[in-house]
Design a binder for this molecule. Sequence first.
Ligand SMILES: [Zn+2]
Length: 155
Amino acid sequence: MDQPPDEKTPLPQPGQCTCIKPDGSRCRANARTGRDYCFIHDPDSAAEREAARSDGGKERSRRLTVLSVDAPDVRVGSAADITTLLTETMSHVRRGQIAVPVANSVGYLAGITLKALQRDDLEQRVARLESVLARQQANPEADSEIEFVNPEKRR
Ligand SMILES: [Zn+2]
C-alpha cells in the first residue's frame, strides 16, 4: 500500500495518516488514535470496513413486506367488497404477510374508494329522481309512480 514518497510529498503532520497514495501524495485524513493510519488505510480495520459495508447493504436491501406478485388483484365494486378487503388486510398484517405501512396505505385507499362508490350511488339516485320529475312535468296528467327505494336495500 505504501508507495515510496516522492521528493515533493511532505512528511506527515502529527496525527496524520502516513499512507502514501498511488499518485505519490500523502493521505490527508487523521490517523486513528494510537495508529499510523486512518480508518481507510489501516490494514487492521479491513474487517471493520467489510462489516460496515455489509450493514449498509442490508439496510439498502430492507424492503417492506408485501403479498406475493401472484396474489389476485383487488376488486372493489361495493361497500361489502371494501369490508372484505379491509378484514383480509387486517389478517395479513397480523400474520406479518404485509408491512404496517402497506396496510395503512390499503386502509387509506379503501376510504377514498368507499367515498367514490357512495358518491356514484348518490349521483345515480339523483339522476333517477330527476328523470322521474322531468317526465311528471312533461305530462302532469299521467299517474307516475316514483320509486323512492334505496337500490342498496333492494338487493
Ligand atoms: Zn489514510
